[in-house]
Structure formats: C-alpha cells, structure tokens
Design a protein around this ligand. Structure first.
Ligand SMILES: O=C(O)CCC(=O)C(=O)O
Length: 226
C-alpha cells in the first residue's frame, strides 16, 4: 500500500484503494444491514429523519445505530503506522471511530449550499495537526453521499480563505474555479475497503446521497500533538 508522504504533503488527501479486504467489510456491512432494519422498524423513524435538514439526517441516523467492534475492525495497527509515516510522527491520540450513514434518496445532486468546514483550525505553514481517515464500509457510487474534500486547501493561509469561500458560495463551475486556485475537488466514492486519509486542515463537507442505497462510511481522527 502506498503511503506517499510527498504526495500527501502536497495534496492533503490520499486514497488507499482496497486497504481493507472486502471480506472484513462484508461482515461489518451485514451487521449494519441488521441494525438498520432494527432502527427502521421503530415507528416513525423514517418520517422523523426526513423532517430534518439533509446533513442533520446523517448525524441522527448514525447515532441510532450501534456496531460493536467498528473501531477495532477499521482503525487497524497498520493504518496507524501508515498515518505516522505520512504525518512524520506517531499520533498522540486517536478518536473512537464514528459511523457516517446517509439515508437513501436525499434529493438532487448539488455543489451549492454545502457545509464546508475544517475540524481543526491550525497554521497552514505549521506542522500537521492530525489526519482523518474515512472508511468505505460498502461501495459508494458518485453522488452516493460520500464526503467531499478540497485537496490542496490545507496549504491555504488565512489571507487566501476569503477568495476560496467566495468561490464556494458563488461559482457556477466549481471544479474550474477551484482549479484556478490550485484546489481539486475529491469525492470519496469508491469500493468497500477503500480508505481516504485527509490532513485535518483540509476543507470538507458531507454531500447529498442521491441514490437508493444507504451511504455506509465511517471516520476516525488521529491527532499528532506538538
Ligand atoms: O458525513 C460526511 O461525509 C462528512 C463528515 C465530516 O464532515 C466529518 O467527519 O468531519
């Protein structure tokens, strides 16, 4: 598996195709399917989910589901080793793994009005504060609700942020305008077992799941400390 520190330093985002064997993910997916059945058997769950704004639906659905062993299955020692290699030092802490589940058919695809944010504010010229891992538990097709990230945005200083925020708010051709700023839009779609690693300073957002398949991802944050 290629943990390329130079590529990661430049892009702030790296895709590890097939990092976890599909068989390991298949067991998780089966357990998740059962949990989702249990949750949806609850009266009015689907209707109360639908009543929420699109991105709040993700947090609500994910909180309803319990999946023992999630962290141990996904945040494996070899991933931690790769993270240490990319970050140049051993993580000082790792968060418990959280599910990122999106209900089906949330609406039409859009790049407008998304919830772009960073989880940790840190100096673009300073050392990396940490790395977030995104796991695909099931295949996620394009426009299937995968996390979106702006590769290269981790290197933008505070003075460049207003221009980027303006582009995100107003652009009618986002990918072209982002390219003008040296930024690339990454949609974390792919196959079960793929893992995306992202510098914690990178702007990212949930996206709309336009498909008839629940978006099944999970995430863990590794902190690098001082
Ligand atoms: O639901 C998603 O894909 C976005 C997750 C996110 O923004 C985060 O974990 O910080």
């Amino acid at each position: 598996m290629k943990f390329d520190p130079d590529h990661f330093a430049a892009q702030g985002c790296l895709r590890l195709e097939g990092f976890h064997p599909r068989t390991r993910l298949a067991a998780l997916k089966r357990a998740l399917d059962l949990e989702l059945k249990r949750v949806h058997a609850g009266r009015g769950v689907s209707a109360s989910l639908r009543a929420l704004p699109v991105f709040q639906q993700i947090g609500r659905l994910s909180a309803l589901v319990k999946l023992p062993g999630l962290h141990e299955t996904l945040a494996t020692p070899d991933l931690r080793q790769g993270v240490a290699h990319l970050g140049g030092r051993t993580p000082s802490g790792v968060q418990d793994t959280q599910l990122l589940l999106s209900p089906v058919k949330q609406g039409t695809w859009t790049l407008q009005g998304l919830n772009w944010h960073v989880d940790v504010g840190a100096d673009a010229d300073g050392p990396i504060p940490g790395i977030q891992a995104f796991f695909l538990i099931d295949d996620v097709t394009p426009h299937g609700g995968a996390t979106l990230a702006l590769a290269g945005s981790h290197r933008l200083g505070a003075d460049a942020m207003p221009a980027l925020r303006r582009v995100l708010r107003t652009s009618t051709d986002l990918e072209r305008d982002l390219a003008g700023l040296g930024i690339r839009l990454v949609e974390m779609s792919g196959r079960a077992g793929d893992v995306f690693l992202m510098d914690l300073r990178t702007l990212h957002t949930p996206s709309v799941n336009t498909t008839a398949q629940v978006r099944m991802m999970a995430t863990t944050r590794y902190f690098m400390g001082e």
